[in-house]
Each structure stands twice: as C-alpha cells, then as structure tokens.
Design a binder for this molecule. Structure first.
Ligand SMILES: CC(C)(COP(=O)(O)OP(=O)(O)OC[C@H]1O[C@@H](n2cnc3c(N)ncnc32)[C@H](O)[C@@H]1OP(=O)(O)O)[C@@H](O)C(=O)NCCC(=O)NCCS
Length: 158
C-alpha cells in the first residue's frame, strides 16, 4: 500500500527514508529524549526500530510518520499511530505517540503533527477511539495529550 503523506501548516508527515536513520539514531541515543524509557538506544536498536516502523507502513499505509519541518529540517522524529504489541485490558487499540529530537521541542511541532494524525485516524480510518499512555512524570507528553483534547481515564491506569 502506498504510504500516505499528511501536511500541516509547518510540517510534512511522510514515509521514512534511509537518510532518516542517522538523525533517528542520534535522538534515540540522547538521554534527555529517552528519560522515560528504560535507556537510550544503540545504533543497531534504533535501526531495528525504524525497520519495524517502516514495515508497519508497508503493510497498512500509515503508522509512526517521519516528521519533516518544511524548509527547516528534513527529519525531527516521529509522530503517529501504532497498535501496541502488549496486552492490557484496553487492548487491542490504536495508540498515538511521538518522539522528537530535543532541539525541536518547544515549537508546538508535536501537537501540530498529533492533530493531523488524530484527524487521519478518526476521519480517514474511521476509528472510534485513539488512546495514548505515558508515565505520570512525563509532563511534556501529557501536555501534548491535553492540548489535542485527550482526557485521562483513571480506570485505565496501569
Ligand atoms: C513529548 C514531546 C514530543 C513533547 O515535545 P514539546 O516540544 O514539549 O511539545 P510540542 O511540540 O507540542 O511543543 C509545545 C511547546 O512549544 C511551545 N510553542 C512554541 N511555538 C509554538 C507554536 N507555534 N504552536 C504551538 N506551541 C508552540 C508551546 O508553548 C509549548 O511550550 P512549553 O514546553 O514551554 O509549554 C517531546 O518532549 C519528546 O519527544 N519527548 C521524548 C519522547 C517521549 O517521551 N515521548 C512520549 C513517550 S510516551
């Protein structure tokens, strides 16, 4: 299936390219970006993650889009939709997620991209629900969720 490209006023949400692997590895190696994950990723782990993301794109035509800031930066990270592989009482489900290089935080790019991904999920895929989760301490990620209008469901805390 041809990967879908989404455009916003400042961003392109696009399929991945080989040139994205180096900047993706750099952000995955950054302890600040990976603060709420078990640890930063080695290059091989980052490349393997990109391969999984790309194969999901190849299967379904959407997923965790590579995010480009038009005319500014060809790759700043990913924002998009995925199907969690773990089991919880709210799975199976579609999750929205984001991970941007630290130098591109504080510009509203995650929120802008997430709105486009949500619209795509609801309008084009016809989803009735999209979830997101993070550790409580990840204030920046929680704030993106709030900005795009998500509500916290305490019954689903895990
Ligand atoms: C989560 C993450 C994507 C959020 O990034 P972010 O930059 O805080 O979020 P946004 O891109 O929406 O930017 C919002 C900020 O840009 C500011 N901003 C500046 N210009 C803006 C504009 N034109 N429009 C909107 N906001 C703008 C906002 O005021 C806000 O600033 P604040 O941080 O001082 O409140 C980022 O911290 C990240 O990649 N973290 C590591 C990965 C991670 O933890 N992912 C989640 C795992 S569950």
């Amino acid at each position: 299936m041809d990967p879908l490209t989404l455009r916003t006023s400042r961003l392109l949400l696009r399929d991945w390219r080989d040139e994205d692997l180096a900047p993706f590895a750099a952000l995955n190696a950054d302890p600040q970006v990976m603060e709420y994950f078990p640890r930063p990723l080695e290059r091989t782990e980052s490349d393997a993650l990109a391969t999984r993301i790309r194969s999901q794109f190849a299967q379904s035509g959407f997923g965790l889009w590579a995010v480009e800031v038009c005319g500014v930066a060809p790759f700043i990270g990913f924002v998009g939709l995925s199907v969690p592989s773990f089991e919880a009482h709210f799975t199976p489900c579609v999750e929205i997620g984001w991970r941007l290089a630290g130098e591109f935080w504080g510009h509203g790019f995650a929120t802008e991209a997430a709105r486009a991904a949500l619209d795509f999920g609801f309008d084009r895929l016809g989803l009735v629900e999209i979830v997101s989760f993070t550790v409580p301490a990840n204030r920046r990620s929680r704030t993106v969720m709030e900005r795009i209008g998500m509500t916290h469901s305490p019954d689903d805390d895990f």
